[in-house]
Design a protein around this ligand. Sequence first.
Ligand SMILES: Nc1ncnc2c1ncn2[C@@H]1O[C@H](COP(=O)(O)OP(=O)(O)O)[C@@H](O)[C@H]1O
Ligand SMILES: [Mg+2]
Length: 410
Amino acid sequence: MIDHIILTSFKNFSNEIIRIGPFSLIVGANASGKSNIRDAFRFLHGLGRGYTLSEAIGGKFGDGGQLEWREIRGGPRYLTKIGEKIFSISVGFRVNEEQLDFSIAAGQEILGADTFRVWIEEVSVNDNEIYRWEADKENVLLPDFSMNFADILRRDQPILTQIHSLVEEKVKYRLVPGFIDMIASMRFLDLVPDRMREPSYPSQVVLGDRGENLPSVLNEICADREAKQMMMEWIRELTPMDVVDLEFPLGPDGRIYLMLKERDGTVISASAASDGTLRFLAMIAALLVRDSSRLYFFEEIDNGIHPSRLRLLVDLIETQTAKGHIQVVATTHSPELLSIVNEKTFKHTSVVFRREGTNDAIIRPVSEIPNAIELRKSQGLGRLLAGGWMETALAFTEGDGDGNGEETTG
Ligand SMILES: Nc1ncnc2c1ncn2[C@@H]1O[C@H](COP(=O)(O)OP(=O)(O)O)[C@@H](O)[C@H]1O
Ligand SMILES: [Mg+2]
């Protein structure tokens, strides 16, 4: 499980920590920095895929010229906080009682160029250093290996994914491959209804980021009787008006077509289904499919979903993440969610807001606001958030020994 992420000079964050739980919610006004947090996760995921820094940040084309990986929003120019040269990201990763800490500091080799290099990189397990790389010292400390890694390592790719195959065998490093698997399997769902309407080939059992392959992924879930039953229960609850069953006819083109059976018996094609229904189906599919990703990032989870259904969706996410195999991080600007989530999720709900008069953003657990529990019960938190008061309340608590140092002038 990812436990926390620290962002330093990254986008609009100077030095902020965000605590991550089974289900973490990020609330905040427009342009506060919610999606910048997503960009940090995407950066980590790019590293997990074995990309160089420039590829992870600037995008990558496959051998056939097709886009394999989209650039991180803003590209190389806007990854580092404006006015800074180096950004860093640290991650805490826990497995049972053990913890791996990974941190990477990187920057443009020549300011303005799109080539990046690693300046400092470090991994420790239970506070014991596994390796540390410092560009100006040109050495990698890997106590258990006699060879000199400095000569064979690339400078523009994290050491983490370069020593992967070397450390795999060593028991002492066992958390390292687990961590790489975790970041490599992150998924970022940014659903586009038209993509979900398209038929897909039976072998396409991984849901695309835009919701591609929805028919074949749902079909795959239905192959397992128990999984199908659970899925249909959630679908019937979430979409009581429209969907009571799913059908998957095979087209003459060899692709699976998704058909939705409505309560009155009408069978309609996914191509004519409502956007909201398709979004639900995709989120259900993501959460219930076998071999699912370890961490999902849902952007603007409330988008196009009626508040009464939002409650059920939250329920589904909380049920699935409580099993301990997957984590979900979701952004929202809907304050309603604050009173819907359970206690555990509430503890992992953070608000992102801009420091007054600056471009800097701050991330704080909502539970830190004075009287958070009472306010939550009376649904007052949502009103505070909607009115911009929450930011003010939290800004006043700054400097209360939260370790972030600076005082605000608010
Ligand atoms: N490199 C950067 N340095 C400083 N601020 C940045 C940088 N890149 C983006 N920003 C700020 O981040 C804001 C967008 O944040 P975003 O995460 O997209 O907001 P939202 O909360 O709506 O998802 C922009 O308005 C911009 O001010
Ligand atoms: Mg956004």
